[in-house]
Structures are given as C-alpha cells and as structure tokens.
Write a protein that binds this ligand. Structure first.
Ligand SMILES: [Zn+2]
Length: 228
C-alpha cells in the first residue's frame, strides 16, 4: 500500500496584507512565501510519501477562512501555517509554535517542529503555545502555526529575511514532518545558480584564446633569451 500524506503549507498574509514589517522594510508576507516554497521544493526528499499544497504561490490576498476552507476541501491530513512575529516594542526574539488546544496531534506535531526549528536555526525557544486562530480553529485536520522569528525586531529581521535562513527553516520543518510521521527524508540538492549563457561562454572562450596566444609569445620570448 502506498500511503501519501497531504500537507497544506500556508504562507501567512500576502497581497493587500503584508503582515509585519521590519524597520528595514522586509515584509513578513515575502519571507513566509519564500519559506513555504522551499518546503514545497523539498517534496522529492520524502520519496513520494508526501504531497505539499500551498494556500498561495504569489503575492495574493487570501483570507484565513479561505485558507482553512481550502485545506478542508482537499481533505488535507495536516496544516502548517508559516509566519514571522512582531511586538509593539520591536524587541521580541525567537520562535514559537501554536496549536489549537492541548492533547491533540497538533500539539505533538507542533512540538516536533519547534524543536527542529530551534536546533537548526539557533534562535530563542519561546515554547509551544495555544491559540484559537482561524486557520487552527476552522481546519478539520491537525494544524499548527509557526512564528519563525521576530521580523519586527531589526537585528533579528536581518537574520530571518536571508535566503540561507529560509532554507534552514524549510529544512527543519521537513525534518520535523519526517520525524513526526517516522518516515525517511533526505533534502534534495540545492538548486544551482543558472549556468552561463552561450554569449558568456563565447566571451570566455575568446578571452582564453587571447591569453593562450599571449602565453605562447612570452614562452617564445623566454626561449629566445635563453638560447640566443
Ligand atoms: Zn503573521
């Protein structure tokens, strides 16, 4: 029997709602989307046992109720919402994960994800918490909401807005999913930078030819000097 788990990954905010903003202008909605897409791209690492579905793939406005309804409609097995945090004093730091209520699978999954995120990123552990957010309350499957660092705090915003951090966060969530489901996961190769264009290769070739010609001239000159 080939079992496949459906995970909805929910990049918080987007479109008209940028979410929290950093003092340097980073938008929470962009970071959430970057992390969610990296999670989706790691799907092959689960050897066909997991399917990821995103509640948005662009800078779109989607209400929390619509996100929950989407997960219910596709009969997802689990729901993971990705957010970054902010507080009014702009001093908060660290990661916290929310589930709806104690005692369920959401709490278990949330605990595993939190531990992985802390271990991988080295940010402060603010603990596993409970809240009746719409995406936790209206989803019919176990659901968690991860607040992955404080974008409202300048120092932390600069760390958690970087692509390397997004990859670490995505990796920890995938490793956490694998640990929770007790299935293997090996991260797929990181996507390489785009290779050189034909024009760039031709430019390099002619530059190499020039240098070879110059080198030959120098060799001949040296030989003449030595055996004159
Ligand atoms: Zn948020």
């Amino acid at each position: 029997m080939s079992e496949k788990w459906k995970f909805v990954i929910d990049p918080g905010h987007g479109g008209k709602d940028p979410g929290a903003l950093s003092p340097a202008g980073h938008r929470e909605s962009d970071n959430n989307l970057a992390i969610a897409k990296l999670i989706r791209d790691m799907e092959p690492g689960f050897g066909g046992k997991i399917e990821f579905y995103l509640t948005r793939t662009g800078n779109d406005t989607v209400s929390p109720a619509t996100r929950a309804a989407y997960a219910n409609q596709i009969q997802a097995d689990y729901f993971i919402s990705v957010h970054q945090n902010s507080d009014s004093l702009r001093q908060g730091k660290g990661i916290e994960v929310f589930a709806l209520a104690p005692g369920g699978e959401g709490e278990k999954l949330g605990g595993v994800l939190l531990n992985r995120l802390i271990r991988q990123t080295g940010l402060i552990n603010r603990g596993l918490k409970f809240a009746n957010y719409t995406v936790l309350k209206e989803t019919k499957m176990p659901a968690v909401l991860c607040e992955i660092g404080f974008i409202g705090t300048l120092e932390e915003a600069q760390v958690i807005s970087k692509p390397e951090f997004h990859r670490q966060a995505a990796l920890s969530i995938c490793e956490g999913i694998a640990e929770y489901l007790k299935i293997p996961f090996s991260p797929p190769e990181e996507k390489k930078e785009p290779s050189l264009s034909v024009e760039e290769i031709n430019n390099l070739k002619s530059r190499v030819a020039e240098l070879e010609k110059r080198l030959k001239e120098i060799r001949e000159f040296v030989l003449l000097k030595t055996y004159k």
